[in-house]
Design a protein around this ligand. Structure first.
Ligand SMILES: Cc1cc2nc3c(=O)[nH]c(=O)nc-3n(C[C@H](O)[C@H](O)[C@H](O)COP(=O)(O)OP(=O)(O)OC[C@H]3O[C@@H](n4cnc5c(N)ncnc54)[C@H](O)[C@@H]3O)c2cc1C
Length: 63
């Protein structure tokens, strides 16, 4: 299969890049050496995932 871009790393940055490029119509392949995507995000915030200070969240950030 052909891809427009290959993203190395399925962390927050890679997943957001993949989602943004995918929405724009690009064919994206995301590669990670971990056994599941977003692993670090899942342990962030003491296991409660990404936490931002109240009021600092933009449209992408859900608590
Ligand atoms: C314990 C902990 C708690 C945290 N809590 C918070 C919080 O509450 N709020 C907050 O905003 N931030 C928090 N952070 C920070 C947050 O996790 C990082 O800022 C964020 O994950 C960075 O995203 P990233 O996509 O740049 O990198 P990463 O999340 O590190 O993603 C990089 C990805 O690339 C993969 N990778 C690396 N090298 C290779 C390779 N050679 N081949 C294939 N894949 C590779 C990794 O497996 C990983 O999935 C916390 C971090 C930790 C460790």
């Amino acid at each position: 299969m052909d891809y427009d871009a290959i993203i190395l790393g399925a962390g927050g940055a890679g997943l957001l890049a993949a989602a943004t490029a995918g929405k724009a119509g690009a064919r994206i392949c995301v590669i990670d050496h971990a056994d599941r995507p977003g692993k670090k995000i899942l342990i962030s915030g003491g296991g409660r995932r990404f936490r931002l200070p109240p009021g600092s969240a933009g449209p992408f950030a859900a608590g």
